[in-house]
Design a protein around this ligand. Sequence first.
Ligand code: AVI
Length: 321
Amino acid sequence: MEIIKSIDSTFAEDVVKGLSSNPKHIPSKYLYDEKGDRLFKAIMRIPEYYLTNSELEILKIYKEEILNAFTSTSEEFLLVDLGAGDGLKTKILLDLLIKKNIRFHYLPVDFSPTALEKLCSELSYSMPGLKVKGIADDYYKAILKLSKEKTKKIYMILGSNIGNMQEQEINEFLSFLGQNMENQDKLFIGFDLKKDPDILLKAYDDSQGLTRSFNFNLLERLNYELGGNFNIKDFKHFPTYDPQTGEMRSYLISKKKQTIALAALDITIEFKQWEFIHVETSKKFDIASIKKLAEGNKFKINYIFNDSRNYFLNTIWSLNH
Ligand code: AVI
């Protein structure tokens, strides 16, 4: 097992910047510390968080077609899993690739070194023949490093991870990826679709309170890593959906006027009553917006796979020039 780590410690800087802004916000990548990883793993296994089951259904039904679309030759390739998490869905493809004796290396990329270490050691045990190398880095740095390799690459972004970026960031990211891809490379990317807002609201405010704990864990993280004195009881978890933009947004709202100290940074943060911290955007898409993203960033969509409820789409893209 090999893991390449190179994460800058910018957490404190991003927190200070985000909590001094108006409106207050903290980048959602900081939801994933060790406890956050565990909670997200648990969220992915509850039916109310339908995204996982929808994508699993697509992968189980169309795995042969998906692999055939990745490559039609016997040449070796790199399977680059951007935001691999616990690899739950990818394992369906890995299993089939191994069964078919296809020559490939699996490169899971994740911002969370803990999640990556767990995944790599679990894979070396459950899939002993697999060639795996974890990359603990952000997507941009990983793509830049990999663009220097001549071997064909299949980039994967599953779980609608792309929806955690803001509209402009999505375009910047896709354009960057396209510029660092070769004609032979492919992008396998999943999108959560716009749907009944009641279903969406339950997915981000589940009856077991897992998503609530996942979001509150960010305040706990500020307490133990930055010496904060947040009292969770003084905040409210509030997810909301905007049908026009397709953005599901999660906020932590201060129930009262309060001053929070971050002792390790020697600063205080003022909250007005009902002032919020924006902690996550999970964008939902429709086919027109997906086509626009592809075409606007010089890609063409080669394949589209959907689940039986039409909740989710997995698509395969290649460069369009
Ligand atoms: C990782 N990402 C796609 C998840 C999502 O749906 O936005 C993270 C998550 N947040 C709350 N529940 C799950």
